[in-house]
Design a protein. Structure first.
Length: 331
């Protein structure tokens, strides 16, 4: 297929390896995953079934055992995985090399195209910056941020990087730290260990439920205000809407959260500036501040941080001023 601006040329890969004698008797698919760890197990299984991965020139089944000493030949085409159109959308790149991008996603930018957002997404922007991302699952995106959550994200640029980053996330080895402005003046940090799954009736919402998937959020105080708190939240797991659901679960929802925030609560004696700020904040006050992971190829640590966007900074400044004025009135 000829290359076009929106459809990069498909890459052909060719690999050979000799099966070690020590793995004699093991399944071919398991051995293949060890010989070529840069590719996901699901993709390798597809290549075995299609005959793109053969053993001594013969097509075998994924479950067939190896003897040891055979030659594995892998010849396959990296097919287009993402067919969205590239769009020239500005990106704030915090770190970049041949293997990864680390980005500061603005609030309001949708990550993946969908029924309600077929264009104007982060995927469209990434494909414009690097068309080869079309050959990667989800254009290299290994984790997501909600549309109205800002902050740091990592994107893989190669299959080996994608496979390695997905494995790190699965093993809970990626450090993800968020800032959240919540309702209520907390006195200490803590941990929320409450399983999450989709709401049984409202498909847009997640909810704490006993039969859900494990979800753990650690939080500690960054700054206390008169009736609100700036929290530092660290994800141990990465469920959809996890911090938003967990904060609402402990009765300290995030300011501005349209799904989990509930009705607006104004503290007694709130200044006019605070009332205006709280009523005017129309998104969840949640920001991915820091992301730390092991570089998928070099093995070196990569740590990127970005400050809160201006709207959250202004909100915090107003809460700080309201607290100061309340303290002065109480003297």
């Amino acid at each position: 297929m000829p290359a076009t601006p929106s459809m990069p040329a498909q890459d052909t890969i060719a690999r050979t390896a000799v099966v070690p004698d020590a793995v004699s008797g093991r399944r071919f698919d398991a051995v293949l995953a060890e010989l070529f760890p840069e590719f996901s197990r699901s993709r390798l299984a597809e290549w075995i079934k299609s005959g793109d991965a053969v053993l001594d020139g013969r097509q075998v089944r994924p479950r067939d055992p190896v003897r040891g000493g055979e030659t594995v030949t892998l010849t396959a085409v990296l097919e287009i995985q993402t067919r969205s159109e590239p769009e020239d959308i500005a990106l704030d790149v915090l770190y970049e090399d041949e293997d990864v991008f680390v980005l500061n996603k603005p609030a309001g930018l949708v990550v993946h195209p969908g029924a309600g957002n077929p264009a104007g997404t982060l995927v469209n922007a990434l494909l414009h910056r690097d068309p080869s991302l079309a050959t990667l699952p989800r254009a290299g995106i290994v984790h997501r941020l909600d549309k109205d959550t800002s902050g740091v994200m990592v994107v893989a640029r190669t299959l080996p990087a994608h496979t390695a980053l997905v494995a790190q996330l699965s093993a809970r080895e990626v450090h993800r730290q968020y800032l959240a402005v919540v309702v209520g003046s907390l006195v200490s940090g803590g941990t929320v260990n409450a399983a999450i799954d989709r709401h049984p009736r409202d498909r847009l919402r997640q909810v704490v439920r006993e039969d859900g998937r494990e979800a753990v959020t650690h939080y500690r105080l960054r700054e206390r205000f008169r009736a609100h708190t700036l929290l530092e939240c660290r994800l141990e797991t990465g469920r959809t809407h996890q911090i938003r659901v967990h904060m609402a679960h402990i009765k300290h929802p995030i300011i501005g959260d349209p799904l989990y925030g509930g009705p607006l609560k104004l503290p007694k004696g709130a200044t006019a500036g605070l009332v205006e700020s709280l009523r005017g904040f129309k998104r969840q006050a949640l920001h991915a501040e820091t992301l730390e992971f092991v570089h998928p190829l070099s093995g070196e640590p990569v740590r990127c941080s970005t400050p809160m966007p201006t709207d959250m900074q202004a909100l915090v400044a107003t809460l700080r001023e309201d607290t100061r004025e309340a303290e002065e009135r109480a003297r």
